[in-house]
Design a protein around this ligand. Structure first.
Ligand code: AHR
Length: 497
């Protein structure tokens, strides 16, 4: 059997894991909102029309923030369309996704939904058709206590307490020619700077995310990021990264997507650190990886001017879940710089949760690795020191067959190892945890299967789901565990007190 060694060293700390690494995203797109989180005639709908069955599955994911309302949608969105009496709200053409937006749900309802789902809102402002002043008014509407036009309007609309939205995105993917009112880097830098000033004058406690490159494939990457940061360095708290992966036919390359994500993060850190040096700044720029997932972008087919069209509803296979799990490990391994990461998206649209209009709800395959990291990836991220077999890939050359992350939660005393094995053979891993003394093996959760194309369906919702492997009883400072071929593993152990 193939072998690997794995040292877990207590003092090899990367960083405390920011809870917001487990965030997600809901856009007014397809059926994410309408017939996703909201369906007023559904049998599980609450008094506001939110689907309780969906809320339950969202809660299980322990999501810190949900980015809203876009995405490409936000660059044409007038937020005032979504406030006040629903019957007065306009129906609009959404030019980003060529749909009809009814505006039944707006910021006030979404904040209510987020509370019910035990999460918080990360709000994006429109820097496409929108102005700096409109962004400032939105901050006033959401966060100012009372006594001004917009804060009193919020109160009149039924929300006496401010929404208290802490994290704000300065637009979305403004580097992309597909974006409504796309800008060149220096144009965006100027507009975002003036917007940032106004927003922070309204509420100095908010944190701002500047638009970074919408993909490492963009021809403007990483110059876009450098120019934008040269304008905004002192005024923002994060630069964003977006990246989606898909299988172009070579499974091994696809499974090794984590290599690309790691390079992307490292390049943005280097770019931000260059600007830091240029500005003689003491501040280190943090990263918001506010869109990441597997997405079959080449399959996208839009429908013309429908309300809540069934679009971008990717069905995820076991193979997709495995590739996805490697990406989750990379976020943890960069926890010193990546403070926010949003799984894009959450319901129906490229999502871990899938609903049927008037019907049920299921967990897609990618639901499980996300739930694993968001539940157990707490405390301190430690640097995994692994010697694993090597595999040759077309896109990335030689790649280790094990992609892993490890966290130590001092409070509970649990060490959790997350490990993706992309080898087509099992690998026996010899763990060395001597820096912790002895540990008790608690559980080994495995996601794998014979059919890499298997998906979960409404007829067979648990076709792909994790199972528990037996673990050896007793206390150990070194021990071996076999990672099955092509598998995602969560190994949990408790440090002896
Ligand atoms: O998540 C789907 C889309 O992907 C978002 O609207 C956009 O920001 C990105 O291109």
């Amino acid at each position: 059997m193939k072998k690997a060694t794995y040292h877990i060293e207590k003092d090899f700390k990367i960083s405390e894991v920011d809870r917001r690494l487990y965030s997600s995203f809901i856009e007014h797109l397809g059926r994410a909102v309408y017939t996703g989180i909201y369906e007023k005639d559904h049998e599980t709908a609450d008094e506001q029309g939110f689907r309780r069955d969906v809320i339950e599955l969202v809660k299980e994911l322990n999501i810190a923030l949900v980015r809203y309302p876009g995405g490409n949608f936000v660059s044409g969105y007038n937020w005032t369309d979504g406030i006040g009496p629903v019957e007065n709200r306009p129906r609009r053409l959404d030019l980003a996704w060529r749909s009809i937006e009814t505006n039944e749900i707006g910021i006030d309802e979404f904040v209510d939904w987020a509370k019910k789902a035990n999460t918080q809102v990360m709000l994006a402002v429109n820097l496409g058709t929108g102005t700096p002043q409109e962004a400032g008014y939105l901050v006033e509407y959401c966060n100012h206590p009372s006594g001004t036009y917009w804060s009193d309007m919020r109160i009149k609309n039924g929300h006496k307490e401010p929404h208290g939205i802490k994290v704000w995105c300065l637009g979305n993917e403004m580097d992309g020619p597909w974006q409504i009112c796309h800008l060149e880097a220096h144009e965006y830098g100027r507009k975002a700077l003036e917007t940032a000033k106004i927003m922070k004058w309204v509420d100095p406690t908010i944190e701002l995310v500047a638009c970074g490159s919408s993909s490492s494939n963009m021809p403007t990457f990483p110059e876009w990021d450098r120019i934008v940061l040269e304008h905004l360095y002192d005024h923002v708290d994060y630069i964003s990264l977006h990246r989606y992966y898909q299988n172009y036919g070579d499974d091994v390359d696809f499974l090794a997507s984590f290599v690309d994500m790691d390079m992307f993060i490292k390049t943005i850190c280097a770019t931000a650190d260059y600007v830091k040096a240029l500005k003689r700044s003491k501040k280190t720029m943090m990263l918001s990886f506010d869109e990441w997932n597997i997405w079959y972008q080449t399959n996208v087919k839009l429908k013309e001017w429908e309300i809540a069209p069934e679009i971008l509803e990717d069905r995820y296979s076991l193979l997709d879940a495995l590739a996805f799990s490697g990406l989750a490990c990379i976020l943890l391994n960069n926890a010193d710089r990546v403070k926010i990461a949003c799984l894009a998206q959450l319901v129906n649209v490229i999502a871990p949760i899938l609903t049927q209009k008037g019907g049920g709800v299921i967990r897609q395959t990618i639901y499980y690795p996300f739930r694993d990291v968001s539940t157990y990836g707490r405390g301190i991220a430690l640097k995994p020191v692994i010697k694993a077999p090597i595999i040759e890939t077309k896109s990335y050359g030689e790649v280790p067959t094990i992609c892993s992350a490890v966290t130590y939660d001092e409070e509970s005393g649990f060490i959790t190892v997350f490990a993706l094995n992309i080898d087509s053979e099992p690998v026996e891993v010899n763990f060395d945890v001597r820096s912790f003394g002895k540990v008790e093996l608690k559980e080994h959760i495995v996601l794998n299967g014979d059919d890499l194309d298997a998906i979960n369906t409404f007829e067979d919702p648990y076709r792909v789901c994790p199972r528990k492997e037996r673990v050896k009883e007793g206390m150990y400072d070194t021990f071996s565990i076999v990672l099955p071929k092509l598998s995602w593993n969560v190994i949990r152990m408790k440090v002896k007190c």
